[in-house]
Structure formats: structure tokens, C-alpha cells
Design a protein around this ligand. Structure first.
Ligand SMILES: N[C@@H](CCC[C@H](N)C(=O)O)C(=O)O
Length: 275
């Protein structure tokens, strides 16, 4: 089986080109591919499949030729992946399956449009919806947060000054209220950074992702964080620089909606005997 490996700000994916849906992709195969010791290694799998060929995309072939079939490293399926869709766009452009400028991609959370500008790929993302207050507990520490729906579920916790972001142990999932997040949740912790020219807000973030553990970056998480930060600042539009372990993502709320921008690169391709 042929694969390509790529990442967006260190959030890494195994990409499988399967235009006609012939591959028997199972949770077990996804977990094996993503295994960092016995497989290729990745935070998730992106299957590149024609919209017309995937049951989750039935009837949407007129909107976009390609569907991002996204899987987490543990073999679970997620609705959206902000870095994944940017890497997916890089793959489509690089392999000639799409043009090199701007094109639509269907995801389980709806249609997005990717715009390629050199090393940066921007996508217009679903509008984040702020929800109920919740908490995230790590060991003895319980931190307040806000639920945010970006097509996939998030809990954003802005840390008080007394808590050092680097001190949080994210080797295990923070404990959340299962009634608030019946399908699990991605949990983001955020701390403000000094102002940066060209940005309305500048923050640092770490994330524990549902189905993947702590990752170096999460695009939908960065958008969720920006939504909370702009809301807390009373800003109806604005641009937020989100610094993550793997690099910087830029989340913008404009008059026409939300965009997520950052690097997306392909680093390897080859053949695996898995699957
Ligand atoms: N890393 C992604 C999010 C991937 C899906 C997430 N783990 C979930 O289960 O919702 C991103 O960049 O948005």
C-alpha cells in the first residue's frame, strides 16, 4: 500500500490515496499505520477519496470532487481536522488531483475552501459555536473552560496567571464532564503572550486531542481558542496568533467568516506492508 506522510505545524498524518474507495480501511489498520514504533507514525490518517465514493459524503459530489476521510490515531473517526484539511489540500495540489490555487474540499463537518499561498495554506473553517461552561481536571487540578463546537468538540481553558502551561501533564486525557461531551472532546489550555504586530491577540496553547493524545498542534483547537479569546476581548472580528509546540497557526474572524492559516508540508512517501 502506497502512503505519503505530511504535517501541519507538527500535527502529522499518514495520507492514503484511495480515489475509488477500494481500500478496506479499519480502525485496526489506522491504529497500526499511526503506531510510532511499529508503523509509520502519525496523529491520524487522511484518506483521499472521491466524494461520490464515500457513504458519508453521499449527494455532495457537485460541491467538491474530494472528501477528507479523517481518522484519529486510535482508529476513531472525527468530523473535522483543521491541520488535516490543510495537509490534504497540499497533497491534492502536489499530486495534481486539484489545481494549485484554491479549491473546495468536503469534510464530515461540511465544505471548506483551501487557498494555497506558497508555504502557507489557509482554509475557511466552520464558525466556532461557544457553548456551556465546563471543567478539565488534571490530577488534583480542576480548571474552568468553555465548550466550543468547530464541527468537532472542544473545551478551551484559559489558564489563570498562577498556572504554568508547561507544567500541565497531558500524557493522559484531562477528565471532563461526560454529559457535556458524550462523544469525547479535544481539550485546549491557553495562556496570553505579549502583543505581536499585525495580530489582535497572541496566545500560547497546548492540546490533548481526542483519539490522538497530546499533539504538537491542532487547527480546529486553535480556532476554538481564538473564538474564546476574541469573545472575551469583546472583538467581533480579529486575528489571533496561536503559538503551539509545533509552530504558529493564525485564526482569523472576518466579516465573511473564519479562516485558519499555517504551514502544511509533505515529507515522505513510500510503500508499507501494513494493510
Ligand atoms: N488535529 C486536528 C483535530 C483532529 C480531530 C480531533 N482529534 C477530534 O477527534 O475531534 C486539527 O488540526 O483540527
Amino acid at each position: 500500500m502506497q502512503f505519503t506522510k505530511g504535517h501541519g505545524a507538527g500535527n502529522d498524518f499518514v495520507i492514503l490515496e484511495d480515489p475509488d474507495g477500494r481500500l478496506a480501511l479499519t480502525p485496526e489498520l489506522v491504529a497500526a499505520l499511526c503506531d510510532r514504533h511499529r508503523g509509520i507514525g502519525g496523529d491520524g490518517v487522511l484518506r483521499v477519496i472521491r466524494t461520490a465514493k464515500h457513504p458519508d459524503a453521499v449527494g455532495r459530489a457537485a460541491d467538491a470532487e474530494w472528501f477528507m476521510d479523517y481518522w484519529n490515531a486510535d482508529g476513531s473517526i472525527a468530523e473535522m481536522c483543521g491541520n488535516g484539511v490543510r495537509v490534504f489540500a497540499r497533497y491534492l495540489a502536489g499530486s495534481g488531483l486539484a489545481g494549485t490555487g484554491s479549491f473546495p474540499i468536503l469534510t464530515r463537518a461540511g465544505l471548506v475552501r483551501a487557498v494555497i499561498d506558497g508555504d502557507t495554506i489557509a482554509v475557511d473553517m466552520p464558525t466556532p459555536r461557544l457553548g456551556a461552561a465546563g471543567t478539565a481536571t488534571i490530577a488534583q487540578l480542576t480548571l474552568p473552560g468553555t465548550a466550543v463546537d468547530v464541527g468537532n468538540p472542544h473545551l478551551v481553558s484559559v489558564l489563570p496567571d498562577s498556572i504554568d502551561l508547561d507544567s500541565l501533564d497531558l500524557t493522559r486525557a484531562p477528565v471532563v464532564d461526560p454529559a457535556l461531551f458524550p462523544a469525547g472532546v479535544n481539550v485546549e489550555f491557553v495562556t496570553p503572550l505579549p502583543p505581536l504586530d499585525g495580530f489582535d491577540r497572541h496566545v500560547r496553547m497546548r492540546v490533548h486531542e481526542r483519539g490522538s493524545g497530546e499533539t504538537l498542534a491542532c487547527g480546529s483547537g486553535a480556532l476554538a481558542v481564538a473564538a474564546v479569546v476574541l469573545h472575551d476581548a469583546g472583538l467581533a472580528v480579529g486575528t489571533v496568533a496561536v503559538d503551539l509546540l509545533g509552530g504558529r497557526l493564525v485564526a482569523t474572524r472576518g466579516d465573511a467568516g473564519w479562516t485558519l492559516a499555517g504551514p502544511a508540508v509533505l515529507v515522505a512517501s513510500g510503500e508499507t506492508t501494513l494493510g
